[in-house]
Write a protein that binds this ligand. Structure first.
Ligand code: 5AD
Length: 486
């Protein structure tokens, strides 16, 4: 079938669903029958519903806390989530292992069984497809917070079926954000089409009065991503999701490091997501934002890592993001212990509470930065629609093919990889090499001038060396990768 941004009919969805459920034996569970799943979800208490809890937080001006966490063995995973709940997590995650993310269920099964017998985690997350609806329900019933699957899966159709039927009321990802930064050789038209199915499933539930939250993955590669690029991807994924019937969307942003630019980016993201949804006449949409603590390289020193976590939390609170995704002091080493993960949650919550009633005042600087981001986002989305001859899904595929949309440092061969960012004199992320990114000459001039001013300050040429220095600088304790003075 040809890809287009059009809601799948219920008949198309149900026809495809038969094939999706055959991909692994747990897909034959009778609790996957949609009427049963709707019934189960309708009977969940409100405090376990992700969308309802987010809506309340927005009204209250709260920034709620969510860690990442997932281990293979069911009893251990439940123990971990309970511990994080006690540490103050408002939302709970189930981070899915890498085999499941690549639909390699046979290897996931082996990893799960060995983890159970050796009493040691041999997978880097919770293999929800292998566990099936029954075990996933046990997770839902053991905790008192809403649950979300967090992964990185280009084809998450079966995974999404299982988690939602088990009462997990949020799913992270999208056709671009869970492909380009995560996979090497999966065509974009394939992942976008798969995520239309995932969103259509949510649409099916919404039509029956069940609220499910969807969260496109904002940080992308987590490395010096210019806000206008990630915001553009978020808005495209929000629009594609809305077309399939998604109503409750949390658009994401990964911290860049400059306070004003980060606050401006979250404000711009929220405003423009609403504007575009309204423009295309999607009704009754509920939009919230999520801020990701620093996603780049972390300092190995635990005190420094905790300082970075705390700074990230301050920016998140001041940006008024609805949700904050936390890190731990073990980030530079690998998957955190339960205790280290809990400390990240506690420290983050403390800062967010301190800043709850404080605001960053409007200023010319903040406003200019916000206008700049919005201008760049409109410019990119206009081009996507133009090359797609009005169709957003087709336009996205073509724009990536031509490098008109391009995500820095992504592994996918369907991404041009010609864009190189660098920081300016205040550490704001600008674009040093645009490749074929579809920006106007005046936008390019703005970025060049900012980067040139920084290079002049450092007495060096504008070159790729700035990019390299900036990639490593935060892990070494400086925002901007300036050369050492002798
Ligand atoms: N448990 C906890 N955190 C995890 N991450 C990935 N897998 C897990 C897991 N199983 C976190 C790491 C990584 C980020 C993208 O997700 O912090 O940097």
């Amino acid at each position: 079938m040809r890809l287009m941004n059009k809601k799948l009919t219920e008949a198309e969805f149900l026809e495809e669903r038969k094939e999706v459920l055959k991909a692994w034996p747990t897909g034959s569970d009778e609790d996957l029958a949609l009427d049963r799943a709707v019934e189960y979800l309708k009977n969940l208490p409100e405090h376990k519903n992700f969308a309802i809890t987010l809506n309340k937080a927005k009204l209250n001006n709260d920034t709620l806390i969510q860690p990442r966490a997932g281990v293979p063995v069911l009893s251990e995973h439940i123990k971990l989530l309970k511990y994080l709940e006690e540490s103050g997590a408002d939302f709970l995650p189930c981070t899915i292992d890498s085999y499941t993310r690549q639909n390699r269920y046979i290897e996931a099964q082996k990893g799960l069984e060995e983890s159970e017998s050796l009493k040691r985690a041999l997978l880097n997350g919770f293999p929800a497809v292998n566990h099936g609806v029954q075990n996933c329900k046990k997770v839902c019933e053991a905790v008192n917070r809403p649950l979300e699957a967090r992964h990185g899966t280009p084809d998450a159709r079966l995974l999404s079926e299982i988690i939602h039927a088990a009462g997990w009321t949020s799913n992270e990802g999208g056709g671009i954000s869970y492909n380009i930064p995560y996979a090497k050789s999966i065509p974009l038209e394939v992942s976008i089409r798969n995520w239309q199915y995932v969103d259509r499933l949510v649409g099916y539930y919404e039509e029956r009065g069940v609220k499910i939250n969807r969260e496109p993955f904002g940080p992308l590669t987590g490395t010096l991503v210019p806000p206008s690029i990630s915001n553009t991807i978020m808005i495209i994924e929000a629009l594609l999701a809305a077309e399939q019937g998604v109503k409750n969307i949390t658009v994401g942003y990964g911290m860049g490091g400059n306070l004003i630019q980060d606050v401006a980016a979250v404000h711009a993201l929220f405003d423009q997501t609403l504007e575009y949804l309204e423009h295309y006449n999607y009704q009754n949409m509920e939009v919230s934002t999520v801020f990701h603590q620093w996603m780049g390289g972390f300092p190995a020193d635990e005190a420094e890592a905790m300082a970075l976590i705390s700074y990230s939390s301050s920016v998140a609170a001041l940006s008024k993001a609805t949700k904050l995704i936390t890190k731990s002091t073990h980030e530079s080493v690998g998957i955190p212990t339960m205790e280290a993960n809990g400390l990240g949650v506690k420290a983050s919550k403390f800062i967010v509470n301190m800043l709850k009633d404080q605001n960053i005042s409007e200023s010319a600087d903040l406003d200019l930065e916000m206008q700049q981001i919005k201008k760049e986002v409109s410019c990119l989305i206009d081009v996507v629609l133009k090359v797609g001859e009005g169709d957003l899904a087709v336009g996205t595929v073509r724009a990536f093919e031509q490098g008109l949309l391009d995500i820095p440092f992504a592994p996918s061969k369907y991404n041009a990889g010609k864009v190189f960012p660098a920081r300016d004199n205040e550490g704001r992320i600008r674009i040093l090499d645009f490749g074929n990114l579809a920006m106007t000459d005046d936008i390019k001039a703005f970025h060049y001038d900012k980067i040139k001013a920084r290079a002049d300050t450092e007495g060096r040429e504008v070159s790729f060396q700035l990019t390299v220095d900036d990639i490593y600088s935060v892990s070494k304790g400086k925002l901007i990768g300036r050369p050492l003075k002798n």
